[in-house]
Design a protein around this ligand. Structure first.
Ligand SMILES: *Cc1c(COP(=O)(O)O)cnc(C)c1O
Length: 388
């Protein structure tokens, strides 16, 4: 059944305030102002400072990870995560076709090749069973390494991405990764505050990347973090992100090519204040999601995207799926809602369609292509759920 466009619009307006509504806006309060002012007053604005240490400790405590290393953005976090698991030039890295381009960019920064994998409809994330069957046809184990029989390249790692905050089936994926000797790097850029079976996303793989970009659930302006339980990897992350400088009171010695990726204290100050309000924002977002789900119940041709079973999602971006793949109907709904002042967006253009990925290997991407033609994201700022 095609979507009932006027029905969708009136359902959205029953949930949302009148007037223009943005897709996702940050919000700041008194703590943010005080902590930023403190940075200015003390002169600690750059890549060392008490707020950086506190933000890292607070992130570790909130997620349950042993260590968090704060960096300049989520893409840099992913880049370093891939280096931490020894992704080398010429390696292939399995990533979802349905993701933001940063996941693929980080693979390119390592000189490696993104290899695109399909997703499944309940989480919108990687399909572990399909991946296993695909590797059964394509790959072989060679010593301790997984090798692509067609290209000869080593397949080093797999990067599940928790799409719009909905956790991937990590238990299933970890099994497949162990069978094929793949390192697991989680792209948890969208899933701060999302849990699967009570465990925070980003705590299933060896390392994970978070993002605190302006559109994410929590923002530091720009920022990111690496999560890991492995103390040695955390130390290596810190070393690589601080220009690989060898600790010394006054001399400048760097023992390899490093990166200037550390998060400035100013941004970390914002992050500390934002983390204090995270529980409230999560509650607001869950209230908003429940209101959308209720309002859209019974509207023909669409269904609300719920959190997967056994998961507690942060509902970073709410979404609806058209009953059938139909890009004309999708675009008509996008057109009508945006004309009405309700900012809605389609999913990202799938990675294999981008020009720099034309020659990259991929499995059949039926589910990702189906979702691309069916999905629309809805306004999701936490404050929209506050008064519901
Ligand atoms: C936002 C995002 C990133 C990158 O984060 P930046 O902080 O913008 O560099 C990576 N992956 C996904 C899936 C994202 O949504």
């Amino acid at each position: 059944m095609p979507p009932d466009i006027p029905g969708v619009l009136s359902a959205l307006r029953r949930v949302l305030p009148s007037g223009p509504v943005a897709l996702h806006e940050p919000e700041f309060g008194d703590a943010e102002r005080r902590y930023l002012q403190d940075c200015l007053d003390t002169g600690w604005v750059s890549s060392v400072g008490a707020y950086v240490d506190r933000f890292e400790a607070d992130l570790a405590a909130y997620t349950g990870a042993a260590r968090a290393v704060a960096v300049v953005n989520g893409t840099a976090a992913l880049h370093i995560c891939l280096k931490l698991v020894d992704v080398e030039p010429g390696d292939e890295v399995l990533i979802p076709a349905l993701t933001f381009v940063a996941t693929a960019n980080a693979v390119h920064y390592c000189g490696a090749v993104p290899h695109f994998v399909d997703c499944e409809i309940s989480s919108l994330g990687l399909d572990a069973a399909k991946l296993d069957a695909y590797l059964g046809d394509l790959a072989r184990l060679d010593g301790g390494a997984c090798r692509n029989r067609r290209t000869g390249a080593r397949i080093r790692a797999v990067v599940p991405m928790h799409c719009f905050g909905h956790p991937v089936d990590m238990e299933g994926l970890l099994e497949v990764a162990a069978r094929w000797r793949l390192e697991v790097v989680e792209d948890a850029a969208e899933s701060l505050g999302s849990f699967r079976n009570g465990r925070h996303t980003g705590r299933f793989g060896r390392v994970a990347a978070l993002s605190f970009n302006g559109n994410k659930i929590l923002t530091t302006g720009g920022g990111g973090a690496i999560l890991t339980d492995d103390e040695a990897l955390a130390q290596r992350a810190r070393h690589l992100t601080t220009t690989a400088r060898v600790a010394h009171r006054w001399s400048f010695v760097h023992d390899e090519v490093g990166y200037n990726y550390r998060l400035p204290n100013l941004n970390a100050a914002l992050g500390c204040a934002q983390l204090e309000r995270l529980p409230e924002m999560l509650a607001d977002k869950r209230r908003l999601a429940a209101a959308y789900a209720g309002a859209l119940e019974g509207v023909a041709g669409v269904r609300f995207v719920h959190e997967p079973p056994h998961c507690q999602s942060n509902y970073w971006l709410n979404g609806i799926l058209l009953e059938r793949a139909d890009t004309d109907a999708r675009d008509a709904l996008l057109e009508a809602s945006n004309a009405d002042g309700i900012m809605t967006r389609p999913a990202w253009t799938l990675m294999h369609r981008l020009p720099m990925h034309a020659a990259c290997p991929r499995m059949p991407l039926d589910c990702a292509e189906d979702i691309e033609a069916r999905l629309i994201n809805l306004p999701s700022s936490a404050r929209l759920g506050r008064s519901l």
